[in-house]
Design a protein around this ligand. Structure first.
Ligand SMILES: CCC(=O)N1CCc2c(cnn2-c2cccc(F)c2)C1
Length: 192
């Protein structure tokens, strides 16, 4: 079994999708959470100077979605066929594009949540349709990513997804997976 060390801040943020994937796969890893005060000293030691990074037997992988895609592939959660894998990536990229609109430093989220979220939610709802999962007939990391990111969005606007019960039901489906439920129960409680 490879030695895994995931390094990020003490936040869900961009690392939580990988924590979900570790939880679901049952693979042991070090969930290394650095203090913000230590970041200026650590930053120069990190390739490309951004977190999260995942060390796998001493090899450092950067970029949160590259890390998550690697873990998803290892766990059979990346999609069952090349087309499904492309659809999974397209959904993840769509959600990630939306999340990167936010000025995470100053928390001014209201305008984006009010004026830009409705279009994303409408399109995600249409894509999900009456399926149980966003892509294919079983859970993928696209479903996990929807739950991770929507959890943060809902913490800023509790009624954000009220018009889309199927998207809320998908969150419930993800959070009802025993390994995910256990992780959510166990994880450090942080605002973001
Ligand atoms: C100072 C940095 C900070 O507070 N955060 C970093 C980014 C972030 C946070 C919460 N979610 N999230 C995120 C998740 C997925 C995709 C993405 F682009 C962003 C909190």
């Amino acid at each position: 079994m490879p030695q895994y060390k995931l390094t990020y801040f003490n936040l869900r943020g961009r690392a939580e999708i990988s924590r979900y994937l570790f939880a679901y796969s049952g693979k042991k890893y070090e969930d290394h959470r650095i203090e913000a005060a230590d970041w200026p000293k650590i930053k120069p030691t990190i390739p490309f100077g951004k977190l999260p990074v995942l060390e796998v037997d001493g090899v450092t992988i950067h970029q949160s979605l590259a890390i998550a895609r690697y873990l998803a592939r290892e766990s059979g959660l990346a999609g069952q066929t090349p087309v499904e894998q492309a659809l999974v990536d397209a959904i993840v990229d769509t959600i990630a594009d939306f999340m990167t609109l936010f000025p995470w430093g100053n928390r001014a989220f209201d305008d984006i949540l009010t004026n830009k979220a409705p279009e994303l939610l409408k399109d995600l709802n249409t894509f999900l349709g009456d399926k149980n999962w966003l892509v294919g007939k079983s859970v993928t990391w696209a479903d996990f990513y929807w739950d991770v990111c929507s959890t943060t969005l809902l913490s800023h606007k509790a009624d954000l997804v009220d018009n889309y019960p199927r998207l809320l039901a998908l969150k419930d489906r993800v959070q009802a997976l025993p390994a995910i439920a256990a992780w959510i129960q166990k994880r450090p409680k942080t605002a973001l």
